[in-house]
Structures are given as C-alpha cells and as structure tokens.
Design a protein around this ligand. Structure first.
Ligand SMILES: CCCCCCCCCCCCC/C=C/C(=O)SCCNC(=O)CCNC(=O)[C@H](O)C(C)(C)COP(=O)(O)OP(=O)(O)OC[C@H]1O[C@@H](n2cnc3c(N)ncnc32)[C@H](O)[C@@H]1OP(=O)(O)O
Length: 248
C-alpha cells in the first residue's frame, strides 16, 4: 500500500486522487470494475511473465537469437487478448478514444501476426528485441497503473512511470517496428506472400509488399498523433492541466 511518505506525494493530492478514484468506481458499476480489475491483473501478470522469460533467456544464452521463438506463444496470447481494449472503449467502460486505442492495438496485432509470426527469417533481427523490450516495459507499467488505480492504491512511482517512460519507449518501439518491417520487405517481395495476382475470378489484385510500404508511410501521420495524445494525457494527469477538446 502506498502512503504519502513512501511515494513522496502530499496528503492533499492523494486524498483528492482517492476521492476521484472512488467516484470513478461508483460511475463504472460493480461488474465493469470487477472485470477491468481482473483484466488488468491478468495483463500485468502476462507481461511480467514475458519480461522474466526474456531476461532468463538472455542470461542463459547470452544472445538475442532464438529469443522471439522462445517467448512467441506468451506474446501472441497477451497481445491478442489486448483486442478487448477496443471492446472496452466501444461499450464505454473506459473513457478512451476508440480510434486512438484501435490504431495502437491494430498496429501491435499486425506486427505480431502478419510480420513477425509470418516471416520467420526476420525473427532474429535486433529490431524485434527493440520493440519487444519497449512493449513489455510499457505494458507492465500501464496495466499496473490501471490495476492500482482501480484498487485506489496508486503508488506515485507507477503514475510517474506511466506518464514518463513513453517519452523514450514510444519512439524506441516504433523504430523497432519500422526496422522490422523494413527487414521483412525483401522476403515479402521474393515470396509474393499474402499477395493476390491477376487474373483471378474476383478480378482483384493485392500486393503485400506495397501494402507494407504504405503501412510504413502511415506511421508518419499517425505516430505523432499518438505521441502528442500521450503528452496531453501526461500534462493532464501529472500537472493537473485542464485540456479543452475542440468541438467539430
Ligand atoms: C492494419 C495495419 C495497421 C497499421 C497501422 C500503422 C500505423 C501505426 C502508427 C503508430 C504505431 C504505434 C505503435 C506502438 C508502439 C508501442 O507501443 S511502443 C511502446 C511504447 N508505447 C506506449 O507508450 C503506448 C502508449 N499508449 C497507450 O498508453 C494507449 O495505448 C493509448 C490508447 C495510446 C492511450 O490511452 P489513453 O486512454 O489516452 O490513456 P490513459 O490515460 O491510460 O486512459 C484514459 C482513461 O481510461 C482509463 N482506462 C483505460 N484503459 C483502462 C483499463 N484497461 N482499465 C481501467 N481503466 C482504463 C484510464 O484509467 C483513464 O481514466 P481516467 O483516469 O478516468 O481519465
């Protein structure tokens, strides 16, 4: 349990945080709170298991080669489970934008299933380790932040970490993702995987290689929006700034 002495916050702000959290729980309802608490605990545990497995692998083998293969099942399970976050937004039990969450989750699912799982030769790239480490640290912090918030015992360090770590981890994770897609390009071009060529009975064509180029380009407009969204959240949560959303 975090006390103000332990975490360095003043009593007044902690009291107002607790009041806010109690109000939030009442608004959410028992079932939604219980589900979210379970979900966040399960996700924190899952990403912690992943972190421990990665550290153990590296300490035993002294190389990143084979790391992805050894942790892929856990990664796929917990990252795919995160699709529920879009559902949480859609049914309104978390006050997050469906669009922001949708972009975040779909880009992760895409990286896991359509890139790293599907293109075996890139699984040992250093860039894979870059996004794995960055995602893992982010998710342990984020889900423990939500869990402790729901339980009304949010240690200041977790709150601080949730709204500071991303400043470095977001660009590092995105760099890892982009470098991994880049490394996949030659294999995709050579194999023609996931591509549909003409002629065919539906008269449609799809080239996965060009799809990947477009996906990489889409990071340029989309990533800054996610990053600035997080910076605004940071100002709101850590510095109490009131952010006025513009009406269309
Ligand atoms: C098909 C191909 C598609 C390709 C697309 C390509 C383009 C992609 C471009 C960009 C790609 C990005 C890839 C991502 C890489 C990485 O992740 S790198 C690692 C670093 N990452 C991060 O730091 C991630 C940061 N992102 C997030 O935290 C979230 O995902 C978010 C959706 C972007 C931010 O969420 P937001 O809602 O703004 O933040 P919060 O402040 O945390 O939450 C707001 C309120 O909602 C409550 N809440 C949310 N979730 C829960 C929950 N699970 N349980 C309980 N409560 C929850 C939260 O408490 C807040 O409530 P209030 O306090 O009442 O406001």
């Amino acid at each position: 349990m975090a006390s103000s002495e332990e975490d360095g916050t003043n009593g007044a702000s902690e009291a107002s945080d607790e009041k806010e959290a109690t109000g939030k729980r009442r608004r959410l309802g028992f079932l939604a709170t219980a589900w979210l608490t379970f979900y966040n605990i399960a996700m924190t545990a899952g990403w912690l298991v992943l972190a421990i497995a990665m550290v153990r692998f590296y300490m035993e083998k002294g190389t990143h080669r084979g790391l992805y293969k050894s942790i892929q099942k856990t990664l796929k399970f917990f990252q795919t489970f995160a699709l529920l976050e879009v559902v949480h937004c859609l049914i309104g039990i978390v006050p997050t934008s469906v669009l922001v969450t949708g972009v975040q989750v779909s880009s992760r699912i895409f990286m896991v299933w359509l890139i790293t799982h599907s293109i075996k030769p890139i699984q040992n790239e250093e860039s894979v380790v870059l996004f794995l480490v960055s995602w893992t640290v982010t998710e342990i912090t984020r889900y423990s932040f939500y869990t402790f918030s729901l339980l009304d015992h949010l240690p200041h360090f977790i709150k601080w970490a949730r709204y500071n770590f991303f400043i470095i981890l977001y660009p590092v994770g995105v760099a890892g993702e982009l470098l991994t897609i880049y490394a996949a390009l030659p294999y995709v071009k050579k194999s023609g995987m996931f591509s549909v060529r003409l002629p065919n009975k539906y008269n449609v064509s799809f080239d996965y290689y060009y799809f990947l180029l477009i996906t990489m380009a889409s990071y340029i407009p989309l990533f800054p929006q996610l990053y600035f969204h997080m910076l605004r959240q940071r100002r709101k949560v850590l510095h109490g700034e009131v952010i006025v959303e513009k009406d269309d």
